[in-house]
Design a binder for this molecule. Structure first.
Ligand code: B12
Ligand code: SF4
Ligand code: SF4
Length: 308
């Protein structure tokens, strides 16, 4: 076995041991196909007020500009599909990804462990760990590495486990053996496009971020426009509709990460409890959660918006 293959296998085995769902590797290079698509998306202002998406255009498309001398992008998936959902079906809903501890902390820790392992087992390897927050096109890299395909709802998915997982990367200066993309299995299905209540999936594979409930409830700092009132289908933080209706998510399996388990109240609170939530309860339930991103005032704004 050549050393590239040996090291790649070693890294993938350790990633699995650390709890990642899967791991795939690509050559660090300019993302030629994605460049015009990202440019068009930005020109059409599909990022709305997410100004961070305008920054670092060149670095976002080329990891060698982000991490000098980098050779490989190691993509990793971490499952977050919960075993239990909110009990009261009439209560305002929180996206499954935000049930437990903020994934940035959980994943960063695992990425650091993987990088340490590589440095111990292979030698002087330099690199950086990324999860969501940096200018990296997470889905494009995971696709290139064969971890799934981009569905018409624009999320990465697989036939085996659907799409309820996070994507993260290690970008390192070691050459490895590279994986190949897999084929698209959306076929003639349009379930996600048909189900999106705000018509945010403007064409297959393209989501207008500025029309997505996830954007309105998490990213938007100002008031939510009245033009979308009545369209949120009870989602108060993020939205899972396009993934919930996807036939491949019938194959989702519950995660095994204890830190992703929610505080029990999150599942047991009923509609009235949410409508009357105090700042104290908010701080308790969402202590280390990604929901803190909206702050108490943001969540209250969202809950009020759902009321007639
Ligand atoms: C900005 C952002 C958002 C925005 C915009 C969404 C979007 N689709 O871009 C908003 C706030 C709306 C959002 C919502 C959500 N997000 Co988000 N988001 C991001 C972020 C930070 C950047 C994404 C980005 O670069 N968008 C720019 C546009 C240009 O990219 P794009 O949609 O990928 O566009 C590509 C396709 O359109 C494609 N394309 C265009 N035409 C065609 C044609 C064909 C044939 C093909 C194959 C492709 C294709 O090319 C484009 C460029 O690659 C990433 C993290 C990261 N750093 O990557 C997370 C990320 C994409 N989000 C994630 C999640 C979980 C969500 C939500 C599910 C959260 C929720 N439950 O509310 C929703 C899903 C909404 C949806 N259907 O997309 C995960 C997705 C995991 C996965 N399995 O894919 C990511 C990767 C975070 C992470 N690290 O795990 N998000
Ligand atoms: S997350 Fe919800 S609003 Fe956003 S594209 Fe999917 S179904 Fe539409
Ligand atoms: S719902 Fe259908 S079209 Fe949408 S991502 Fe899933 S398989 Fe593809």
């Amino acid at each position: 076995m050549n050393s590239k293959k040996k090291y790649s296998n070693l890294i993938k085995t350790e990633a699995e041991r650390l709890g990642f769902l899967s791991c795939g590797i690509s050559k660090a290079q300019f993302l030629e196909q994605e460049a015009p698509r990202l440019e068009k998306w930005l020109n059409q202002e599909m990022h709305g007020e997410m100004q961070y998406m305008e920054n670092h255009f060149d670095k976002r498309l080329d990891p060698t500009k982000l991490v000098p001398d980098s050779k490989s992008v190691i993509s990793l998936l971490l499952n977050y599909f919960p075993s239990h959902l909110q009990k009261d079906k009439t209560a305002p809903k929180i996206s499954k990804y935000a049930y437990g501890t903020d994934y940035h902390f959980v994943i960063k820790d695992k990425l650091k462990q993987l990088l340490n392992f590589i440095q111990q087992e292979i030698g002087e390897v330099h690199g950086r760990a990324f999860v969501d927050s940096a200018p990296v096109l997470d889905k494009a890299w995971a696709t290139k590495s064969g971890l799934g395909w981009i569905g018409k709802h624009s999320n990465l998915l697989t036939q085996q486990v659907g799409s309820f997982y996070f994507i993260a990367e290690l970008i390192i200066d070691l050459e490895l053996e590279y994986d190949n993309p897999i084929t698209d299995h959306c076929g003639s299905c349009t379930a996600c496009i048909d189900a999106c209540p705000t018509e945010a999936i403007v064409e297959p594979y393209v989501v207008d971020g500025s029309k997505c409930i996830s954007y309105y409830t998490i990213e938007l700092k100002n008031e939510i426009p009245l033009s979308v009132k009545g369209q949120f289908k009870n989602w108060m933080f993020g939205c899972d509709i396009c993934q919930d209706v996807c036939p491949w998510n019938r194959f989702s399996k519950s995660h095994r990460e204890p830190l992703f388990n929610p505080q029990p109240e999150l599942l047991s609170m009923n509609k009235k409890d949410w409508e009357e939530i105090t700042e104290e309860t908010f701080q308790k339930i969402f202590k280390n959660s990604a929901v803190k991103r909206t702050k108490y005032s943001g969540l209250v704004r969202n809950i009020k918006f759902l009321k007639e």
